[in-house]
Design a binder for this molecule. Structure first.
Ligand SMILES: [Zn+2]
Length: 159
């Protein structure tokens, strides 16, 4: 997946400090993740980046393609084919894949050690906490390469 990101300029995106997402898109994310519970669910965020703000125009639920079903409560994978397809569809509209979302079943919406291992610079990571199968809270993060940690950014719900 990393090579698919080669067209993105990381310098510009290091400064992302907010992601704007409509209430309808957030509900779409929640419903997909609730359906995947108790496994982790996932998907891609499509939109554009304007200065320091990431604007989401579409959310694309994907399958959790992690190879070992018994580990899907703590692991997720977005298949490279799905990524390429969504990236192509986004490009046709002048958009790009700006990040991903996934759930933490019965865990806080805070990046895990695994999330850190798969971190990409300039990529918005939205994590949704589920409690007893219901979406509970969402937070957005970007990887700070310099500080080597995930920095929380504002998740702004637009109308
Ligand atoms: Zn995670």
């Amino acid at each position: 997946m990393a090579t698919s990101q080669s067209g993105l300029t990381t310098g510009r995106q290091l400064g992302i400090n907010a992601v704007h997402l409509s209430e309808a898109h957030l509900v779409q994310v929640y419903r997909h993740l609730e359906a995947a519970y108790p496994e982790e669910g996932c998907g891609l965020l499509v939109g554009h980046i304007d200065a320091d703000t990431c604007h989401v125009h579409a959310v694309v639920p994907t399958e959790n393609a992690w190879a070992h079903p018994e580990e899907r409560r703590q692991r997720f994978l977005i298949a490279p084919e799905a990524f390429v397809r969504v990236e192509r569809e986004a490009a046709a509209k002048g958009w790009q894949v700006v990040g991903s979302f996934h759930s933490h079943p019965d865990c806080p919406p805070v990046p895990s050690e695994t999330d850190r291992m798969f971190a990409w610079t300039g990529w918005v990571v939205m994590i949704v906490s589920l409690r007893a199968g219901r979406a509970d809270s969402a937070r957005a993060w970007v990887w700070d390469e310099g500080a080597h940690l995930f920095a929380a950014i504002n998740l702004v719900r637009t109308a």
